[in-house]
Design a binder for this molecule. Structure first.
Ligand SMILES: [Zn+2]
Ligand SMILES: [Zn+2]
Length: 180
């Protein structure tokens, strides 16, 4: 129990008995196990999650915002991307579905989760919503000119003086092969 991290976006059904609740959350990325191999998350996460009882189920929706720092795919410079994740999930109360072997099936559908009937926690949904927003090809800026393929100079800092790629070399040869 002591090793278990504290849940961030958590409410109990008793909390919701009096009506819907909105949680304003500020937490560190590690608090919701937010991590990625290609990006780091230097800033806090700020989120707003609404919870509402719907019969024996709990509906939760909201947004989470933070920053991801990565590497530009063209020049390898630093990129900063503001992530704004949107989440919506229905927590169903079905104790049978909490059994580990069945829980794995449930996780395949991101919009439905299962809870024990007492408390729900939207940390996993918050994490997933942010991971979904990570750019697949991060750029330091839209028109990044990248690195010179010949000398490796950062072309954003100006031309390196290498002769242009076109007009010779293997690429030209390849082009001629394709044309024929
Ligand atoms: Zn770049
Ligand atoms: Zn060059």
């Amino acid at each position: 129990m002591g090793k278990h991290r504290e849940e961030v976006a958590r409410v109990t059904v008793a909390d919701l008995a009096g009506g819907p609740l909105t949680l304003h959350v500020t937490c560190q990325p590690r608090d919701i196990d937010l991590s990625d191999e290609e990006f780091v998350f230097p800033d806090a996460i700020s989120a707003e999650v609404h919870f509402e009882l719907a019969g024996s189920e709990v509906r939760a929706w909201g947004r989470a915002v933070t920053v991801a720092v990565g590497r530009c795919v063209r020049c390898l410079g630093e990129t900063r991307t503001v992530l704004e994740g949107r989440m919506e999930v229905l927590f169903e109360h079905n104790p049978d579905l909490l059994k580990p072997e069945i829980r794995n099936l449930g996780l395949e559908d991101g919009s439905v989760a299962y809870f024990d009937g007492e408390a729900v926690c939207a940390d996993a949904e918050m994490r997933e919503s942010l991971l979904l927003e990570l750019p697949s090809l991060p750029l330091c800026r839209e028109d990044c000119r990248g690195l010179c393929p010949k000398c490796g100079a950062d072309l954003n800092a100006g031309s390196c003086g290498c002769p242009p790629e076109d007009g010779g070399g293997w690429k030209d040869a390849l082009r001629q092969i394709k044309v024929q």
